[in-house]
Structure formats: structure tokens, C-alpha cells
Write a protein that binds this ligand. Structure first.
Ligand SMILES: [Zn+2]
Length: 306
């Protein structure tokens, strides 16, 4: 009996290994959903550790976000091919940022329709070429970006959009401006899964430079109401409702404290970051974003240090 139990454990382990190997870096969330989650390498070349994923319907695949470069998108395509031979019909951009949308062209080339919210579709059209041309300032080298081209959304929407992939319902929801003007949630009600994009950062300090705090709070409330069992954040590990509540708390504390510092005319960036850290909930990665958020969104008008 014991031998049988041990044997079963070995078989189960082998199956798990086989599953992981088959999926490359993509983790199986449900039978129809796979995702990159919780990348330990958060370097710019590795898409800053951004998550992305796929939804597999009977008629084809929808890709949610495309990573930071042609090279990264090619890695993604190889991992998809190891799971399913179905065509990629759609790319859904949760928002316009480079680490989520600069792999678009590799999928567009294969005939995928690229979908985004209208506000971030327009952000991409206005900003992406310039961001790509100046990508060195984000730590990306010409080699990282070799072959990378911008592909803007072909299809945009303003409120909600339903996609039919065959046998799996996909709802794109735009509650309000949040992490960016056009960040959306990708809700799969039948799977009880949501791709939250950068509306949710779990255990990683969020980027808030374009943040709309009250809209972001409403978006997180709506996300909580979707009653998903698994939430895939834009960065960090698979998440749940507790992480959504913590994110809401984090941005409220950040906003309140940063406004206090700005009102006091804080002019020493290091001291301001140290003061923020005393108040913010702890997060393991992305600490550099505290200073970036302060500089971009809150302290831009502070007098320069003498
Ligand atoms: Zn983002």
C-alpha cells in the first residue's frame, strides 16, 4: 500500500514536471487559461517582470498583453505553440505601457486583431514611437529591442466589449481611469479568472505616475465585486481579494502621504522616499518606483534643491 502511495506521488510529480515543461514559462491557471506570473527576473529586458497570458477558445486564442519587445513576444509565441496549435485571433492590451504592449507587432504579423480601450489606444498612437526611440532611459538596450516595431490597436472600445472565442466568455471592462487613462480588466466569468493588468500590483510597488487615484479605487472595488477565484496581476504572483484590498490601501496611503510631503515643499528626494517607506505597506520588489512616482506625480512642482 505504502509502495503504491509512493508510486502515486512519483507519478504526480512527473505529471507536474511534464505540465510545466510543456508550458514553458506559462503556468496553467485553468484548462483554458495560462499565464506568466511572478517573474523573478524583473529586468527591463525581461519585460520588467510583467505578467501576460492566453485564453484558449474552440475557435482560437486571445493573448492578454505581449511583453516588452519582439524578442520577448517570440519567446511567448514559442511557449504558446507548446500548449496549443490554435491561431492567435486577438491581442488584448490591458493598457498601453511598453512592458505590456511592445510585443504587439509579432502577433499582428500573424493576423491577430489588437484590442485596447480607446484612451490607451490613443496614448499608444501618440507616445509609443517616441518611447521606443528613447527606450534607453528605461534601461532597454538596442539589442533588447532588436526587431521591435509598434503595432497600435485595430479595435478600441469605451465601456465594455464581449469577445467570442468559442466556449469561453471574455468580457473586457473599463470602469474608470486608473493606472493609466485606459486600463481595463479582462474578466472570464466562466473560469472565475480576471487578468487585472497594472490595476493590480501584488508584492511589487506600483507605478503611479499616470494614476487617477479615485478612479483607481473605483476600479479596484469593481474588481473585488467580480468574485474571481484567481486574479492575475500586472506584476507579481497570482492574487486574490485580499491583494485587491491591500492595493486599495496602498494607493490611498501613498496619495495622502505624498500630498503632505508636496505641501511641505519636500526638496530632498531621498528623505521623501524614506518618509514614504515608513508609511507604506511593505512590498518585496520595485522599490525604485516610490521615488519615480513622487518625482513624476507629486513633487514635480517642488523647488529645486539649493
Ligand atoms: Zn503599466
Amino acid at each position: 500500500m505504502r509502495r503504491l502511495a509512493n508510486g502515486l506521488i512519483v507519478v504526480c510529480c512527473l505529471l507536474l514536471l511534464a505540465n510545466t515543461a510543456q508550458a514553458g514559462g506559462l503556468v496553467r491557471i485553468t484548462e483554458r487559461v495560462y499565464a506568466y506570473v511572478d517573474a523573478q527576473d524583473t529586468s527591463p529586458a525581461n519585460s520588467f517582470g510583467a505578467n501576460a497570458g492566453i485564453i484558449i477558445g474552440e475557435n482560437g486564442i486571445a493573448v492578454v498583453d505581449t511583453l516588452v519587445s519582439a524578442k520577448e513576444a517570440q519567446r511567448f509565441l514559442r511557449d504558446i505553440a507548446a500548449i496549443s496549435g490554435k491561431p492567435v485571433k486577438y491581442v488584448i492590451n490591458t493598457h498601453h505601457h511598453l512592458d505590456h504592449a511592445f510585443g504587439n507587432a509579432e502577433f499582428a504579423r500573424l493576423g491577430a486583431t489588437i484590442i485596447a480601450h480607446a484612451a490607451d489606444g490613443s496614448n499608444m498612437r501618440q507616445q509609443a514611437a517616441n518611447v521606443l526611440a528613447n527606450a534607453g532611459q528605461y534601461g532597454l538596450t538596442p539589442e533588447d529591442l532588436a526587431g521591435t516595431e509598434i503595432a497600435c490597436p485595430d479595435l478600441t472600445f469605451s465601456d465594455r466589449l464581449q469577445l467570442d472565442l468559442g466556449g469561453v466568455e471574455v468580457e473586457l471592462i473599463y470602469p474608470a481611469p486608473s493606472h493609466s487613462a485606459g486600463s481595463i480588466l479582462v474578466h472570464l466569468p466562466g473560469e472565475k479568472v480576471v487578468f487585472a493588468g497594472d490595476v493590480l500590483f501584488t508584492d511589487v510597488h506600483p507605478y503611479m505616475g499616470e494614476g487617477d487615484i479615485s478612479g483607481w479605487q473605483r476600479t479596484l472595488d469593481l474588481l473585488a465585486g467580480l468574485e474571481a477565484e484567481v486574479i492575475i496581476p500586472g506584476h507579481g504572483p497570482l492574487s486574490n481579494q485580499k491583494d485587491v484590498a491591500e492595493m486599495k490601501e496602498y494607493i490611498a496611503i501613498f496619495d495622502r502621504k505624498a500630498k503632505e510631503l508636496a505641501a511641505k515643499g519636500a526638496d530632498d528626494p531621498e528623505a521623501a522616499v524614506a518618509e514614504m517607506k515608513k508609511n507604506l505597506p511593505e512590498r518585496t520588489r520595485g522599490e525604485w518606483l516610490i521615488g519615480a512616482n513622487l518625482k513624476i506625480k507629486y513633487l514635480a512642482g517642488s523647488p529645486p534643491k539649493p
